[in-house]
Design a protein around this ligand. Sequence first.
Ligand SMILES: Nc1ncnc2c1ncn2[C@@H]1O[C@H](COP(=O)(O)OP(=O)(O)O)[C@@H](O)[C@H]1O
Ligand SMILES: N[C@@H](CC(=O)OP(=O)(O)O)C(=O)O
Length: 439
Amino acid sequence: MTKVVKFGGSSLASAEQFKKVKDIITAEDSRRFVVPSAPGKRFSADTKVTDMLYGCYDLAAKGKDFTKEFDAIKERYNGIISELGLDMSLENEFNVIKACFIGKAGRDYAASRGEFLNGMVLANYLGYNFIDAADVIFFDERGQFDAKRTNKVLSERLEGLDNAVVPGFYGSMPNDTIKTFSRGGSDITGSIVAAAVNADLYENWTDTSGFLTTDPRIVKDPAPITTITYKELRELSYMGASVFHEDAIFPVRKAGIAINIKNTNAPEAPGTLIVESTSQKPAYTITGIAGKKGFTVINIEKDMMNAELGFGRRVLEVFEKNGVSFEHMPSGIDTMSVIVTQEEFADKEQEILAGLHRNCHPDMIEIETDLALIAVVGRAMKANRGTAGRIFSALAHSHVNVKMIDQGSSELNVIIGVSESDFETAVKSIYDIFVETKL
Ligand SMILES: Nc1ncnc2c1ncn2[C@@H]1O[C@H](COP(=O)(O)OP(=O)(O)O)[C@@H](O)[C@H]1O
Ligand SMILES: N[C@@H](CC(=O)OP(=O)(O)O)C(=O)O
């Protein structure tokens, strides 16, 4: 039996957390391959080491002094090393990193050092082999993850080893520079390692007892989800359930490896099992609710739009040419709405509007900002009549105005757009009707 165990930043934020991690790993011989994140927050107002590194890099890139900020990072690691009583020093690594910051080795290099250093500390503490992710995780020239090369090199490298610590979040480019995945990307590394060693299970250890029905920062103590399918999880994590990176299911899914999300602070709790399919009925009509703020809707109106061949294509072409991807595109007969992230759209707003006028000659274009999207996800929704009705009556009772609705044809999810100011109320009221009231 082989398990790959990934520990998030919250699980490795302090020496106290390291001790819990060691207890978990040594409790089972199967926990042979370990993927750590950088030290995360020890308390809610704390700063993650990854963010401290970004801060240092920004100062270094402007040619400003970053000694104080860098010393604070050194202190995080030195504190953990001394409290654990380890016989090791990271002084050499700190000097190399500092020199590379001044030499401007790149923002991704800077961010990746959090996992690199934490991996060294954890390997020393566990007595495990340390493998630098730069030697085994690869990206191609376009910066896309190179699954084929990675899988070959990584599986060969790990094959003869009893154990190893492989830091999460980064790998290397063909020119040997460091590249990271997007934020939260250690989950992806864990999944890649699990696929490479053909693990029996990928355990992802965090600070909640599994994947919860909704964000615990919005609803207090939401019910945990016992079993969830890859598809449901992807919808929820893409839509903001940050506990598991939305791209991390792909490597394990291909290899048919289940994922178990577990709590480092409550290891006895069963957590959430993520599987391809299950006959297990979810506890409620819905499996989960997730959501994100920061969207913009571009409403386009044109008489007889429905009869104009290629209109939709011409609209989307404008977004594509400006490098802005669209999230959703609900449409009426003579209207079409394109929903994009505010962040991406803001930089290209004028170019896109001009492009739409030129390419599509609309009667009217209207822009609405500060929209939040909420995804209500569940494999049981298809078989239950009136799910949408219940969602909308819950929202109406809470005086939330629904601005947009989009239901995928698979009936696995309903996406609802509301004003950002209504976001938390909307999530709470949907949670209440399905989970508290069990309607
Ligand atoms: N549906 C959800 N279930 C569990 N946690 C969630 C959910 N949605 C958002 N979260 C947040 O995700 C956090 C865990 O993710 P993260 O901070 O990245 O953990 P880690 O440091 O272990 O990688 C939780 O503490 C919680 O605040
Ligand atoms: N440390 C990186 C990568 C990561 O996955 O972290 P965590 O497991 O703490 O979410 C980040 O903060 O984005």
